[in-house]
Design a protein around this ligand. Sequence first.
Ligand code: ATP
Ligand code: MG
Length: 539
Amino acid sequence: MGGGGGMGMGGFRGIALGSGTRMGGSGNLTTSEADFGKAFDPRVLGRLWRYAAPFKLRIWAGIVLLLINTLASVVNPLIPGLAINEITKHNQTGLFWMCFFFLVNNTILWLSQFQQVYQMTWVGQHALYRVASDMFHHVASLSLTFFDENETGRVMARMQNDVTVLQQVLSNGMISIFGSFLSLIGIMVFLFVLQWELALLVSISIPVMTIALWVWQRTARRAFLRARDSISEVNATIQENVSGARVIQSLTRERQNSHNFERVNDKNMQANVHAGKVTAFIQPLVAVVSAIALAVAVFVGGLMVRSGALELGFLVSYALYINRFFDPIRDMTQQYSNMQRATVAAERIFEILDWPQDVADAPDAQELTSGRGEIEFRDVHFGYKEGVEVLHGLDIHVKPGEHVAFVGPTGAGKTTVISLLARFYDVTGGAVLVDGHDVRDITMQSLRSQMGIVLQDPFIFSGTIRGNIAFGKPDATDAEVETAARAVGVHDLIMRMEKGYDTRVLPNGANLSLGQRQLTPRSSSRTVCLLCGTPTASS
Ligand SMILES: Nc1ncnc2c1ncn2[C@@H]1O[C@H](COP(=O)(O)OP(=O)(O)OP(=O)(O)O)[C@@H](O)[C@H]1O
Ligand SMILES: [Mg+2]
């Protein structure tokens, strides 16, 4: 298509600067982390279509606009040629109309391109919005097994990078492959109609250019993947060194770590220099090939003009056509590899969307309303992985109001017991009962809202102290928040802070001690306080 002078390397830069997460390990999200696959997978396209289908009307509008746009851009180089023919014929009215038509055509070009890009971006963004919400809702509903088995980095990469990659196909990618193809056909038709012998001569450059671009794409793809891997490594190293600063300093590993960083940093530089070289290579090459085609056409065409076989104006049109001849070829090779990346991205996204909800509310689950607080473990068997049992027939009976502490060596299964009580996982044998109800027969929402859980490894959300205390009960009144804080003995401490309950917590709760962090979030109205770990808090 007509637009854009540059070589459109945007997609590739995107790869280079994209992911900052280190992949690898033995997560269970199995789809390969390679970036390129089939470009057109009907199964994937069919499923993506479901997200775009509600916007059918706009998609059709986009296609019609694309057709108009392509036609206008293909006709464009012809008009100056026709105008020159009018000059050679000394026809002033003809000249005026040609110039007028040129203006009209370019206005159509402008408006149709603007609307087409806007409409397709609109569709792409709306479809993407649905993909991202579906993914977020689904991931939020998954049991902790999913989070145990898949590294945070990998899940994040799928939810961020893959969605971004997908955006390219969902908005303009697919339709512009089609548009480029039409442009190429259109330009060829005009060239052949104007002067078929000259067109035949010029078309020799098409296979040459296609092969050159194809080979270049493959080289560039490898170069940019390497650059991306190396920047991920740099980022991972920086991230580890920043978050592990305390450990590094206490073990005086600074020098060795600097040395390691030097190595990955150097590798990253080399990879990017190479990628830069590959990028720099193609644009002048295209320019040279198109200059050769132009020179040949002007020379041979010039002879034809002299012998009267071709009108001068058409030779000018020819030159203009050759000038934009390689744009569609380049766009198609570029979009084709975008499609390949997007297909893989979509497969990875679908893998998350298809992840089974192994712990879910039963269809006839009831609300737990009693809230007496009687707990029973009946011959509970459980293992995180098949074949590795952690609990082997556990029986516990806790009466309402009773205070119970689990004491045992590390790895004994204390946290596991609490996780089963909150139904973060399902037992593999036996049953967990709360107030006489099997936890699998009641809704998770009603079960967990009856509990106050202080995790061994606390997580503080950004916001205020108040927001964190009321995290499990967003509609809690100030009095309730204060009661909860008093119950665990942190009220006075909070009041001594700068802004009391409105003090903002730093990322990861860095301005709180570990004990304070454990006490801060959660608290429901009815606190069954379960310290599921080695208590570090003073209470
Ligand atoms: N998410 C998990 N995936 C696989 N195995 C796990 C997981 N969590 C715990 N385990 C294993 O289950 C066993 C019990 O772990 P658990 O966390 O319940 O111990 P704990 O008694 O709370 O120990 P600590 O006192 O160190 O907190 C351990 O052998 C541990 O390796
Ligand atoms: Mg524990």
